[in-house]
Design a protein around this ligand. Structure first.
Ligand code: HEC
Ligand SMILES: [Cu+2]
Length: 339
């Protein structure tokens, strides 16, 4: 008796623990990771609401159908295996009513989806344009009205609607920042529009969402949402040409940069380097990460990257350039000075 009681308690305990774990996991997902269920934009909110609405309808249908099914199975089960049940055709009234109910349910879902799409597919007219260009395996951001080009970290003012014009320089990518709303394909030769707008300051993580080659999973991005005044300061700093290196090591790094293949692939505004293959490095020192969110932007990581990019990011289109440790040290000093 006592033993049976303990066993039952053990079982309830396991169930409780299981439910708590599941609940914790679900809320954890919603609260911390970049989840579509923790939206911080008008578009993301509309989409999340649609999701919950459809989930509610479909969960209701599921529970109703499963309950009726269980009821029928139990209530009408064969008690005598030999007996042949009555052979009936069916019930026209029932069949017509559940077909109609299903059609009405689907029509409601269709109408709600249509409404959400219509409300979110275009940004407001006063939106600030930003060109989002997918590259294997990094993101380029151009602000045509501000004359700024940067990479992998999109900085926007809080509350400001953005018209993201999404395209690609090579293969098909997909721009996705879950908390700011749905994905948008980045297709070469085509410009797709996406409404971005963030209600709260903070950093929102994104990721390429279309398999685009070997380092697809290493094609991350951040949207850094800042106050209007901070954005103003950031934009002014970004618009300025590159800082002149002052300390001797950084000056040496500048010379190395300008004499190597770097100039063929990278632009540094205000210098002869005007390459367009890789990220614009004019203010690379102001970014918090390098290599599309793979590495924190520290001197050690910059050195690691310059030594052997494909070892950090498989398939990297920046090749290993055979730099000596001294050259790397000087280049790191120069690049870190480009705030
Ligand atoms: C063949 C073209 C090419 C050459 C040459 C090249 N790079 Fe790159 N570089 C790239 C590409 C492409 C990326 C983006 C890699 C990625 O994130 O997938 C990159 C990324 C970088 C980054 C990281 C930037 C960021 O914001 O993530 C730095 C720093 C950099 N290169 C410096 C250099 C230096 C210094 C040289 C010369 C020694 C050089 N590169 C030569 C193509 C090139
Ligand atoms: Cu991609």
């Amino acid at each position: 008796m006592a033993q049976g009681h303990g066993e039952a308690r053990g079982r309830t305990g396991r169930w409780t623990k299981g439910i708590l774990l599941l609940g914790g996991w679900l809320t954890g997902c919603a609260a911390q990771s970049p989840s579509i269920l923790a939206p911080v934009s008008p578009k993301g909110r509309a989409e999340a609401e649609l999701f919950w609405f459809i989930l509610l309808i479909t969960a209701g249908v599921f529970i109703l159908v499963e309950t009726l099914l269980l009821y029928a199975v139990l209530r009408f089960r064969a008690r005598d295996p030999q007996a042949v049940p009555p052979q009936i055709h069916g019930n026209n009234a029932l069949e017509i009513s559940w077909t109609t109910a299903t059609a009405v349910g689907l029509a409601v879902i269709f109408a709600m989806t249509w409404r959400t799409m219509a409300a979110t597919s275009q940004p407001p007219a006063d939106a600030m344009p930003v060109k989002v260009i997918g590259h294997q395996w990094w993101w380029e951001f151009q602000y045509p009205t501000l004359g700024i080009t940067t990479a992998n970290e999109l900085v926007i003012p809080v509350g400001q609607p953005i018209r993201a014009i999404v395209t690609s320089a090579d293969v098909i990518h997909s721009f996705w920042v879950p908390q700011l709303g749905g994905k948008m394909d980045a297709i070469p030769g085509r410009e797709n529009t996406l409404w971005l707008q963030a209600d709260a300051e903070g950093v929102y993580y994104g990721q390429c969402a279309e398999l685009c080659g070997i380092s697809h999973a290493n094609m991350r991005l951040q949207v850094r949402v800042v106050s209007a005044s901070e954005f103003q300061r950031w934009a002014e700093a970004q618009r300025a040409p590159a800082a002149q290196p002052t300390d001797p090591l950084a000056q040496q790094g500048y010379q190395i940069f300008m004499s190597k293949a770097c100039v063929g692939c990278h632009t540094i505004d205000g210098t002869p380097a005007q390459g367009k293959v890789g990220p614009n490095l004019t203010h690379v020192g102001s970014r918090t990460t390098i290599a599309a969110g793979l590495l924190e932007n520290t001197p050690e990581n910059m050195a690691r990257w310059l030594e052997d990019p494909p070892a950090v990011k498989p398939g990297s289109l920046m090749p290993r350039l055979g730099l000596t440790p001294d050259e790397i040290q000087a280049l790191v000093a120069f690049l870190s000075s480009l705030k």
